[in-house]
Write a protein that binds this ligand. Sequence first.
Ligand code: 2AL
Length: 257
Amino acid sequence: MRIKVINPNTTAGMTAKIGEAARLVAAPGTDILAVNPAAGPVSIESHYDEALSVLGVLEEVRAGEREGVDGYVIACFGDPGLLAAREIAGAPVLGIAEAAMHVASLIATGFSVVTTLTRTCIIAEHLVERYGMQPFCRRVRGSDVPVLDLEETGSGAFATILEECRAAIQEDRSSAIVLGCAGMADLAARIERELGVPVIDGVAAAVKLIEALVGLGVSTSKRGDLAWPDAKPYAGTLASFAPSGGALRRARSLTNV
Ligand code: 2AL
C-alpha cells in the first residue's frame, strides 16, 4: 500500500520529519511518500496562509491520482482543502486534525489540543465544531511557539510545549493531549513519557486510520457532494486545475477490471 503524506507548507525539513513519523508507525508493506508543494507558504499560521496552501495540496492529490496511490494524509492541523481533496480522489483522504481528534475521543473522555500560535486556536476550534468533537475537546491551547521554531534545535520549543501540555492536564481536566501541528510529530513520545497520558500526533493517527480504511476496503463515497467535480474549463493561470469529471480515475479503474 502507498500512502501519500502531504505537508501543505513548503519547508522540506518539516516534510522529512513528517515522513519519518509516518514511517515509524506504518505497517510492513506500507510505503510512505512524504511530499510538499513547490510553491506556497513556508508555514501555515493564519487563514491567509491556509487558503493559499490549498492549491498545492490539491496539485499533490491530482498527481497522486495519476500515480495510483492508496490513500492521502493532509499533514497540517487546519486540514486545509480536505473536502476538495476528497472530491478529486478515489482513495481515502484524512486530515491530521480529524484523525487525531477522533483517536483521542476513543481513548479519553476529554482531551486538550496544544497548538502553535494563539491566533491559530480559532482554526482548531472551528474543526472541533465541524467534527462534532465539542463533547470531548475541553480546550484548545496556544503555546505561541511559531511553526518554524519546531525545526530549530535550541529554540526552546519542546520545553514550552511540554509546559502547555502539563497545564492542560492540570487545568482542563483533560486525560489526553492532541498535538496541534504536524511539526510536533517527533515530540509525542517524549511528552507522553513526561506526563504519563496519551499524546496523539495526527500524522501517526492518520496513517494508521488510512491503513484501516484500506484494509476494510472502504473509501470516500462518490455519491452526493463528494462526487467527482463536474468537468468545466477554468480561466487563466488556474486552467490546469480544471476538473475532468473524474475521467482519469474512472479510466484507470476500468483498465483494472
Ligand atoms: C500547522 C501545521 O500543522 N503545519 C503548519 O505549517 N502549521 N499548524 C499550526 N497550528 O500551526
